[in-house]
Design a protein. Structure first.
Length: 565
């Protein structure tokens, strides 16, 4: 038996199948570059991180065992617990797949109660704990359902385990996302071990750092001896230490975003006719009429979600990780809306209002990129309606190569590129046999996303820009704030139905879509003019100059009193 999730037959551009979260560090590249050769040339020491974890929780650091991810802690405990005559692992299903895999590796066998939804089956589980039980394992929030156990329920299980002469292992990999963190209520229990990780909420899955809180120092030493002397790399230990010391604020910001996205996602799934389970993880499990088809359709759009073909209780269920940015959510929402025949515009409006609510609560969207990029940003956007290839350099010379199939859009993007001094290559093949809407919209979404990625944490830029641009009798003004909060106010006063092949209503829509994924406050007003071609071109040129001003490089600080954008 091995860990073998389903494989995709398509290229996945949005992986929402592994419960990964945004990294709390806004400058991971700089952090890694600053480590020096000692972190590579010398064997690592866990003492400093171990001490910090103990201090942060309020326990003796000798009780902390740092492991290669939370799952490696489970592996060690299984190895120790299953050495005697007791071979039963009492747990619940569905749950984290590695529990069964590790148990089988050491001759154990699950004795599990079903818990897909609803109240936890406390009486049924405690009834299974007896003299044959090697270990009791519970996961809260549970993976893949997101359900949680109460403190009283965990304590009741711990009491039953103690009476039977075995221990309780609680997997708290997702506990930061939950409404309540019971860690402090459980660390005084002498038969309870708690598994925690930096992989999920902290967004350090690639570093493989977890830890186990043992009942006492002697138990911790026994668990340490179940692995080699250096299970975690020095680089991973140091990055985790720096996160614990310096990124608590960003952690809370990320958690607030996940909870908001979780609600948005659950509401969208209900609109799609699915049945989402209440979740306190960074994911939502939902039941569909035909989950296999939905899984395949999402994958065809580049969206990867998790299905469970080998779990009878999860037939027609899909687990979807919460997106960590507006761009990710929009890609997922557009795909789900297409599959279920829903109006994608409604979802974009809902997201806009939600992002404004987040901003009012001083919890802006986190970013995955570290700083303003000076190297080209490449982005491919594939949907059933358009295929876009894009390359962007924020600080270029104004060079462009634009092919959208809409002549006036090509003309406007060329003007935008030239006057903003960005370099832009953009090729779009869209469903122009239908109309120009999808091509214009997706080009705007892709361009906004590329600028957003290139901006990183938005440090080192002026942030605000304001510019007027005339074109003969027309005069336009753009005011932009790269605030991280999307808000478009677009007033072009166009009168014709079309300019060339481009519908005037979709020119307005282009600016609105750009503001959404660029995550900026964008005010574009045509103040006067008689010729619609002149009005539109003046608007694009004023946007270009305002954007260029907002991107002006500064000392390097994040231009916000909150310290984040």
């Amino acid at each position: 038996m091995s860990y073998d999730p389903p494989k995709f037959q398509h290229t996945i551009t949005l992986p929402l199948n592994r419960n990964e979260a945004a990294c709390v560090m806004d400058d991971p590249g700089q952090q890694l570059a600053s480590l020096g050769t000692d972190f590579i040339a010398r064997y690592p020491s866990q003492q400093e991180l171990q001490s910090l974890i103990g201090q942060s929780i309020g326990i003796d650091p000798a009780r902390v065992v740092v492991t290669a991810g939370g799952d490696e802690a489970i592996d060690r405990i299984m190895r120790i617990a299953l050495t005697g005559d007791r071979k039963s692992i009492v747990t619940h299903v569905p749950s984290f797949e590695m529990v069964e895999i590790y148990a089988a590796n050491y001759g154990g066998k699950l004795d599990a109660v079903p818990w897909l939804s609803g109240d936890f089956p406390l009486d049924a589980l405690t009834a299974k704990i007896d003299s044959t039980t090697a270990l009791v394992v519970v996961t809260s929030p549970n993976n893949p359902t997101g359900s949680v156990l109460s403190v009283d329920q965990i304590l009741a299980i711990a009491s039953s385990a103690k009476l039977a002469g075995c221990q309780l292992l609680v997997d708290f990999a997702y506990v930061e996302f939950a409404d309540i963190n019971p860690t402090l209520d459980l660390i005084s229990q002498d038969h309870v071990m708690l598994v925690r990780t930096f992989s999920k909420a902290w967004g350090l899955a690639g570093l493989r750092v977890g830890y186990l809180l043992a009942p006492n120092a002697a138990a911790a030493n026994l668990i340490r001896q179940a692995a080699g002397p250096f299970p975690v790399s020095a680089v991973s230990l140091e990055i985790a230490r720096r996160c614990l010391v310096g990124y608590q604020g960003q952690l809370q910001t990320n958690l607030a975003l996940v909870k908001t996205m979780r609600k948005l996602l659950a509401d969208l799934l209900e609109l799609c006719g699915a049945q989402p389970l209440p979740s306190q993880g960074n994911f939502v499990l939902a039941k569909f009429v035909d989950a296999k088809t939905i899984w395949q359709e999402l994958a065809a759009d580049g969206v990867g979600v998790r299905k469970f073909p080998g779990a009878p209780s999860l037939i027609n269920h899909l687990r979807i990780t919460c997106p960590v940015s507006a761009t990710e959510y929009l890609q997922l929402a557009q795909s789900l809306c297409r599959i279920h025949g829903l109006d994608f515009e409604v979802q974009k409006d809902a997201l806009s209002q939600t992002l404004l609510t987040i901003a009012d609560g001083n919890a802006p969207l986190p970013l995955n990129a570290p700083t303003v990029s000076v190297t080209p940003t490449q982005l491919n956007r594939q949907t059933k309606e358009t295929s876009i290839e894009l390359e962007l350099n924020l600080y270029g010379t104004g060079k462009s190569a634009i092919e959208t199939g809409i002549g006036f859009l090509d003309h406007m993007l060329t003007a935008l590129t030239f006057h903003s001094r960005m370099d832009l290559k953009l090729k779009c093949v869209g469903d122009l046999h239908v109309d120009d809407h999808h091509t214009a919209e997706d080009c705007a979404l892709a361009l906004g996303s590329a600028i957003d990625v290139a901006l990183g944490n938005r440090s080192g830029i002026q942030r605000f820009g304001c510019a007027f641009a005339p074109l003969d009798e027309a005069l336009a003004r753009t005011v932009i704030d790269l605030s991280g909060r999307p808000w478009p106010e677009i007033h072009l006063h166009l009168e014709r139905e079309r300019i060339g092949q481009w519908a005037c209503e979709n020119i307005v829509h282009f600016f609105r879509s750009l503001a959404m994924t660029l995550r900026c406050s964008l005010h574009v007003d045509v103040l006067r003019g008689e010729n619609d071609h002149h009005r539109a071109e003046a608007a694009f040129k004023s946007l270009a100059m305002a954007l260029r001003q907002s991107l002006t490089k500064t000392s390097g600080a994040i231009p916000s009193t909150k310290g984040v954008l």
